[in-house]
Design a protein around this ligand. Structure first.
Ligand SMILES: Nc1ncnc2c1ncn2[C@@H]1O[C@H](COP(=O)(O)OP(=O)(O)OP(=O)(O)O)[C@@H](O)[C@H]1O
Ligand SMILES: [Mg+2]
Length: 214
């Protein structure tokens, strides 16, 4: 459980399908922790280092050649290896909180759930690349696909992943929910259909549990 942890800085990830409000809540979390005088690093995946951001572009652009599932999965973990070595581990070792917009649970949900790739294979890569590193807390913002996609309908350009069908995102959502069921101690499922302020309030009370000295 979260409270068993010896140190007072945490690795928190935000997860959920596109449009559920991850970036919106990320900025709330950043402000709240800064106000609470916690040192922190805010980052994202795919990406988080200059090289991993280059890989993000490759992953999200509409390529002329078809992208194999294997290439997609390996590019994700290649970027993650850089991100962990350059940003996440050093920040955690320096006593900083790390707040990350998407991480490995997204790989389970998108490549495992969405694309139907082998979860065992993903787990193998996870173990190889991350060893013992896992988020202490995964905030899963959950909403029906229609609700979430409606929120981002006005975006000008869709990236390669956002071009997928609704059924794809349904499988991704199910993939996330299956992960949450498998690791109930690490996951908090938040009803992202609620108005922004209600979602914030819920996240604030979760953070308050981790900030005993406030
Ligand atoms: N609880 C909410 N209720 C209604 N609208 C919301 C809520 N949270 C965020 N939004 C709005 O929905 C849109 C998408 O939010 P946001 O960009 O935070 O989602 P996201 O999960 O980061 O999406 P993506 O995965 O595509 O980056 C924004 O216009 C945001 O203002
Ligand atoms: Mg976002």
């Amino acid at each position: 459980m979260l409270t068993m942890k010896k140190t007072s800085n945490y690795f928190i990830t935000l997860e959920g399908i596109e449009g559920v409000g991850k970036s919106t809540q990320l900025s709330f979390i950043r402000n709240y922790l800064l106000k609470s005088k916690q040192p922190l690093v805010v980052t994202r995946e795919p990406g988080g280092t200059p090289m991993a951001e280059e890989l993000r572009k490759v992953l999200l652009q509409k390529n002329k050649e078809p992208v194999t599932q294997e290439a997609e999965l390996l590019l994700l973990f290649a970027g993650r290896a850089q991100h962990i070595a350059q940003v996440i581990r050093p920040a955690l070792a320096a006593g900083k909180w790390v707040i990350c917009d998407r991480f490995t649970d997204a790989t389970y949900a998108y490549q495992g759930g969405g694309r139907g790739m082998s979860l065992e294979q993903i787990a193998m890569l996870e173990k190889w690349v991350q060893q013992d590193l896992h988020p202490d807390l995964v905030l899963l913002l959950d909403a029906p696909v229609k609700t979430a996609l409606k929120r981002i309908k006005r975006r000008r350009m869709k990236d390669r992943i956002e071009m997928e069908q609704e059924s794809f995102f349904q499988r991704v959502r199910d993939g996330y929910l299956a992960r949450a069921e498998q690791f109930p101690n690490r996951y908090k499922i938040i009803d992202a259909r609620q108005p922004c302020l209600k979602v914030q309030k819920q996240i604030k009370s979760i953070l308050d549990e981790l900030l005993p000295n406030l």
